[in-house]
Ligand binder design. Structure first.
Ligand code: MG
Ligand code: MG
Length: 266
């Protein structure tokens, strides 16, 4: 069942989604060699509470942390831990915020220090694919149009692996609502999108093969070949001419740029 949102509801989702972006930006400022992901999770948890929200992920189906932090071959749902980050790591930060009865859910992937051009390109292409999907999220199109745009850019144009097991989703009062939003599929297939539909679009893309496996912790999804993976996620509202992006990468990208300048300067 797809719940179409009222304008008031859309604004509440936007509020939550914007806190997510700011939380990821706070985390981003501390992403550097020597930092632990457990520390980053603590920062996210505190930031969300300080802004009047609750971390959506904590206790969601038993998930034990405020954030999902997935390093290198971890695709998504990585557990924050005490392992120190190091130069060359790739780290995805996925955060959800629940406030005023509505969820926001967004993710971003960062390169730490000196990462190979091959991996940096994969991060860029994955982010591009998110925006190519968003371009298709207009009234009258179908979910398959979004899915195809992402898959085409990542797999056909760039030969990366698009994860099949995990998909984007509707969101609102619940973190995961209908419809499912896969990152692969056929044009013209799936549910028709209409004004007021709010969905999280979230390509999960592997440098190597598309296949994944579940870590012993029962949550962490890893690439089968051990190669790096990327994950970018925006919440959007379907509109007639152009989707309205409810989450924001603005502050995240400022923090990312500042980190890159520190590396160049050192
Ligand atoms: Mg997410
Ligand atoms: Mg999501």
């Amino acid at each position: 069942m797809i719940y179409y949102k009222t304008e008031a509801e859309i604004e509440l989702i936007r509020q939550s989604a914007l806190i997510v972006g700011k939380a990821i930006a706070e985390v981003a400022k501390q992403i550097k060699p020597g930092a632990t992901t457990a520390h980053l999770d603590k920062l996210a948890d505190e930031f969300i509470h300080d802004n009047g929200g609750v971390p959506s992920f904590k206790n969601f189906k038993g998930y034990p942390f405020a954030s999902c932090i997935s390093v290198n071959d971890a695709v998504v749902h990585g557990f924050p831990n005490k392992v120190e980050l190091k130069d060359g790591d790739v780290i995805s930060v996925d955060i959800g915020v629940y406030k005023n009865s509505y969820h926001g859910d967004s993710a971003y992937t960062f390169a730490i220090g000196n990462v190979s051009p091959e991996v940096l390109k994969m991060l860029r292409v994955t982010k591009e694919s998110l925006y190519k999907g968003i371009e298709k999220a207009v009234s009258g199109n179908r979910i398959g149009d979004v899915a195809f745009a992402i898959q085409d850019h990542c797999e056909k144009q760039n030969r990366y692996g698009v994860v099949r097991e995990l998909v984007g989703h509707g969101l609102g009062k619940s973190l995961h609502e209908d419809p499912q939003v896969p990152n692969f599929g056929k044009r013209g297939s799936g549910p028709k999108m209409q004004d007021g539909m709010v969905i999280a679009i979230e390509p999960m893309v592997n440098l190597g093969v598309k296949e994944v496996w579940y870590d012993d912790d029962g949550w962490t999804v890893r690439t089968k070949d051990g190669k790096v993976s990327a994950h970018f996620e925006h919440d959007i509202c379907v509109r007639k001419q152009k989707a309205d992006i409810l989450s924001s990468f603005d502050e995240i990208e400022i923090a990312e740029k500042a980190n890159a300048e520190l590396v160049t300067a050192s």
